[in-house]
Ligand binder design. Structure first.
Ligand SMILES: [Zn+2]
Length: 442
């Protein structure tokens, strides 16, 4: 069993969905799960998913998202705010919460969006309504029409609002620092992306159009604002060695920065594109072996503390479009835990995996008193893993609406046997609750 102090052998007693005792040789009770020889791990908290709900039910919704999450040992998902309508106010957050409650098979939390037009009052009311944090899409203009976050918006479109940029962050920094919730950024500098824009006839063009310097510059600039204001900056989906260096520099300079990366950046490189095709088209892109090794080293050294998925499904038809037109994104929530167990095993300490996917993410979300550990008083969100199992990622076994993802065909030396959400098998029905950050000193 995973504990913060290291692995130990013990029994876990659960009552009314909460862990009540963790000790060796507890007396038998009404229902017993025999987990001898298995890993008993805290449920994962995936801090970065895109439910597509409301807005794009053909791609995914809260039911399919959370069914996939439950199957993969993810018992909390934090959903990004670029749904339609975007979560840019307390009202939008509350209606999305009501929708999610009716469908969610695991617990969920909701991010709010920072638009260039956002006001301090909007951010404060979203925090009061239970937002887990805020997300700024530095490289994405905001469409006021049907689709709300676009990657290739024509500059002369009158319905386009400019991206939330460093100016927006600086303008709202004092408010964000006072609220104290994490401020996540999609870290790609728009000026660098504009300078490198080109037609995408192949994977090499994609890499050249999104250079790692765009990530590093965005992290440096946002890091300077974060340090000066004392706000908590969270770097989403870190993808490159220069980006990692920029994050380390910001941390070294005194900024409060947390960093997440994703399995696709830890398990794949540009060379996998020939095999995967557009399933691997994600943004920022999967880069070189040198970047992959740098990210593994960042994880090993603890600079990167969190592994999320950036679970971002599209329809199979959309992903089958020619490379340039195919939208970026891949499902991933169902393979998060297995990916991380595999990566941790290869690093040499399998017990790192629950730190990356459960303990540190729960802390980011302000859930460190209820999620992310197997301790008395915590929710009984428990994942039982067979360390002698074997799982091959197959589209047919995926619960997400987009079944064929970037990790198709990968083999993991583990198998998930049981997933409990508050003490009962997760995934069967919609009993997910909304999580809210605890209002403790952060
Ligand atoms: Zn994302």
């Amino acid at each position: 069993m995973f504990t913060a102090e290291g692995p130990r052998d013990a029994d876990v007693m659960v009552s009314d969905g909460v862990i009540t005792r963790v000790e060796p040789n507890l007396p038998s009770s009404a229902r017993v799960i025999d987990a001898r020889g298995r890993y008993v791990l805290p449920g994962a908290v995936d801090v970065h998913v895109h439910s597509r709900d409301p807005g794009f039910p053909e791609k995914e919704d809260f039911e399919t998202l959370t069914a996939a999450a439950a199957a993969g040992g993810v018992t909390v998902v934090l959903d990004m705010p670029n749904t339609v309508p975007a979560v840019d106010s307390a009202g939008a957050l509350e209606s999305k919460a009501a929708l999610a409650r009716s469908k969610a098979r695991v617990d969920f939390g909701l991010w709010g969006i920072i638009r260039s037009s956002s006001t301090s009052g909007q951010l404060e009311s979203m925090a009061a309504a239970g937002a887990v944090g805020f997300k700024a899409y530095l490289a994405y203009p905001f469409s006021l029409g049907r689709k709300q976050v676009l990657s290739h918006a024509p500059a002369d479109d009158p319905d386009i609002e400019p991206p939330a940029d460093y100016g927006t962050l600086a303008r709202l920094a004092a408010t964000l620092a006072r609220i104290g919730l994490p401020v996540a950024i999609h870290a790609e500098d728009p000026a660098i992306l504009a300078a490198f824009r080109r037609p995408l006839s192949g994977y090499g063009d994609l890499l050249e159009s999104r250079p790692p310097e765009a990530e590093a510059v965005a992290i440096s600039a946002a890091g300077a604002i974060a340090r000066d204001a004392g706000l908590h900056l969270h770097i989403a989906h870190l993808s490159s060695a220069p980006g990692l260096q920029a994050a380390e520099d910001a941390i070294g300079g005194g900024a409060r920065v947390t960093v997440e990366t994703c399995p696709q950046y830890l398990l794949l490189t540009e060379r996998d594109f020939e095999r995967t095709g557009t399933a691997m088209k994600v943004l920022p892109p999967v880069r070189t072996e040198a970047d992959r090794l740098a990210l593994l080293d960042g994880l090993r050294r603890g600079v990167i503390g969190i592994v999320s998925t950036d679970h971002a499904p599209h329809t199979d038809e959309e992903k089958a479009l020619p490379f340039e037109q195919a939208p970026a994104g891949s499902p991933g929530v169902q393979t998060l835990y297995l990916s991380c167990l595999q990566i941790a095993k290869e690093i040499g300490d399998v017990w790192l995996a629950p730190r990356w996917v459960s303990r540190a993410p729960a802390r980011l979300a302000g859930l460190e008193k209820s999620k992310g550990a197997i301790e008395p008083g915590f929710d009984a969100d428990i994942v039982i893993v067979d360390p002698g199992g074997r799982t091959r990622v197959r589209a047919a076994g995926m619960r997400s609406r987009q079944r064929h993802g970037a990790l198709e065909g990968h083999v993991f030396d583990f198998a998930i046997k049981d997933v409990l959400l508050r003490g009962e098998a997760a995934g069967d029905r919609a009993r997910g609750r909304m999580v809210r950050p605890a209002l403790v000193a952060r």
